[in-house]
Design a protein around this ligand. Structure first.
Ligand code: OSB
Ligand code: MG
Length: 371
């Protein structure tokens, strides 16, 4: 019982539509797939770091480096296969959460497959399907945005999240409410504001938003707490939540009333579940964020989102919203009610399409114990 081999693949896939946030515009995604091999079974994980250090400091290159030079050697040296033991051993290294999460996810998939359980069953998930939301980027024009939102509504999405930044915020919410007065709507600034915008941001209270996500930069828990004390709309933190300790600080400081959990940002499932359980105990609802993952990362997110305290619609959309063709079979789709079924087979519960993965692969490296 141990890992015989690990494979890292660097893939590049084009989005069906550009994705623009306050951080910039992206048309394609590079990401790393981690595969762990044991006893004829393969566990799959996705590392969500992208080309540039925009959303976080990690990149595909830093992730490849720390996996190759630290996390993979650690796993082989200590003969780790249990995801919890890997997480514990890897905690001696600081940072690089996306890299470690990708490898930990692969170990979770492997473990669940060996136990013949879905990841949702293994984690203690309770929802057979989860409510789908869609994150809509900044568009070239307001009318483009209105048409895009209209189209997503027709496809059945239960709620829409709009990316905002100074100059594309209050005006956009006004326009949205003109066309879609009852739409479940929330906004995400990716840290584009600072405390000088406090009064400006309070205008968002007019629009009956579900929440306002990450108005200030990641480290700025204090200004978030000042804003939340004046704002009636719930604040939600994304980039600020880098693990359990930042979650507890944010909750105790009153910096937000909702938490966005991304497994890559917090460094793995062990940490994500710890945050989930703490928030459940504190009465803080959580929801599952996304990083425009391929179907492999998204399948992992579906299982995580089946845990009981995931209480709001997620940034989990159909495969077709992101990519012309997804690398899993079956692809992820919405049902008539705008829900996505949590896959039921063992592990991630979907089958990676290896030929297609090969086609998207730019670079591959194989690792074996003692080599
Ligand atoms: O801030 O939630 C974010 C995508 C990349 C980086 C950051 C964010 C996002 C999204 C997309 O909003 C969510 C999705 O995967 O659908
Ligand atoms: Mg966000």
């Amino acid at each position: 019982m141990s890992i015989e081999r690990i494979e890292l693949c660097l893939l590049k896939m084009s989005y069906v539509h550009y994705f623009e946030t306050s951080l910039g515009r992206e048309k394609e995604k590079e990401f790393i797939l981690a595969k762990v091999f044991s006893e004829g079974i393969i566990g799959y994980g996705e590392v969500v770091a992208s080309q540039a250090p925009l959303y976080s400091y990690e990149t595909v290159t830093t992730a490849w480096h720390v996996l190759r030079d630290f996390f993979i050697p650690l796993l082989f040296e200590q003969k780790l296969e249990e995801p919890e033991k890997f997480a514990q051993a890897a905690s001696r290294y600081r940072g690089h959460p996306m890299a470690r999460a990708g490898l930990e996810l692969a170990l979770w998939d492997l473990k669940a497959k060996k136990m013949n359980l879905s990841l949702s069953q293994l984690y203690g998930g309770i929802y057979p399907k989860i409510p789908a939301g869609v994150s809509v980027g900044i568009q070239d024009s307001v009318s483009d945005l209105v048409h895009r939102v209209e189209d997503f509504r027709k496809q059945g999405y239960q709620r829409v999240k709009l990316k905002i930044k100074p100059g594309w915020d209050i005006n956009i919410c006004q326009e949205m409410r003109k066309h879609f007065p009852n739409l479940k709507l929330q906004v995400d600034a990716n840290g584009a504001y600072d405390r000088a915008h406090m009064e400006h941001l309070l205008q968002l209270d007019e629009f009956n938003l579900l929440l306002v996500e990450q108005p200030f930069p990641p480290f700025d828990l204090w200004d978030h707490s000042l804003l939340q004390s004046k704002m009636s709309t719930d604040l939600c933190l994304d980039e600020s939540i880098i693990g359990f300790l930042s979650t507890r600080s944010a909750v105790e400081m009153g910096s937000c009333r909702v938490i966005n959990i991304k497994v890559g940002r917090v460094g793995g499932i062990v940490e994500a579940r710890k945050i989930h359980d703490y928030c459940q105990h504190q009465g803080i609802p959580v929801w599952c964020g996304g990083m425009l993952e391929s179907g492999i990362g998204r399948a992992h997110n579906l299982h995580l989102a089946s845990l009981p305290n995931f209480k709001l619609p997620h940034d989990l959309s159909a495969s077709r919203r992101y990519y012309a063709e997804d690398i899993i079979d079956p692809e992820i789709t919405l049902d008539e009610e705008g829900m996505i079924r949590v896959p039921q087979g063992p592990g991630i519960g979907v089958t990676p399409r290896e030929k297609m993965i090969d086609g998207f692969t730019l670079k591959r490296e194989i690792f074996q114990p003692g080599k």
